[in-house]
Design a protein around this ligand. Sequence first.
Ligand code: ATP
Length: 305
Amino acid sequence: MESALLIKDLCKDYGKYHVLKSVNLDIPKGSIFGLVGRNGAGKTTLMRIITGLAEPTSGTYSLGGISSDNRKILSVRRRMGSIIESPAVYRNLSAYDNVKLQYINLGMTSFDSIPELLELVDLQGTGKKKAGKFSLGMRQRLGIAVALCGKPDILVLDEPINGLDPQGIIQMREILLRINRERHTTILISSHILEELSKLATHYAFIEKGEILQTLSSSELMGKVRKASRLKVSSTELLCPVFDREGVEYKVEDEETLDIFSDITASRIVGLANGANVEVISITDNNESLEGYFMNLVAKREGIT
Ligand code: ATP
């Protein structure tokens, strides 16, 4: 797949602190690429570098095939829109005027497409209301409209969901999906909550302490999340020897509860239980959460350092 952004051996030091440690990432064109990491992992630093707000200590990145050590990167970077930390919004201007100002900054002379852009981010009909009176979600969406001026090929969004209420999160998700589908814009989006990104991302990179722990596609992630069935039974003590004999992978929670990780049908579970005179009270899905998967990755890294 063609790359929208290719990051090679990128390092960033602040004094003796290694904030980014040889980061390598390939962000495919047209993807929604989720950068997932806890607070302080290095997400903002990485985004500041690729948007030109900070210089790397070493390493390069290329945008649309142009390397960051080529002077042409400045013009290629104009094909990138971003919101880093907080949206670049003038609080004393309306949504329309904020967008118009950005059009002017970019040297655009026709403002005909502004209503369409405001409609895309669900801010049509906000009229003369100043952005300072907007809710956080509205301001974030206006920031996205400003970032989309000039139809960039790639949008870089640093924690755009942070602080939004559930309704605002859904609205933001739908807008980002629309931008990706209708405009074919590649989106690089960071979050510390994997569960929220999972509803839109096509690819992921997990970052911890400046290191990329893993990159994978959303289908690969779904395949890796451990599938489990939770069993309520009359006695785990009587059932476990049967499972041991049959090679069923399980983990006991208490005297009447266990999780099974093997791919085994409900009727076989009941059959094995019956053979041991154990009553099966219920079988429910208890798959590993995405957050659990991510925290496991982090824990494994801590184990080796
Ligand atoms: P958060 O979600 O909390 O912003 P993050 O993943 O975006 O987390 P960064 O903001 O990139 O993380 O910060 C990564 C590390 O680099 C942190 O330990 C931070 O304290 C440090 N750091 C960031 N900017 C600077 C700076 N200008 N000088 C010194 N250290 C910095």
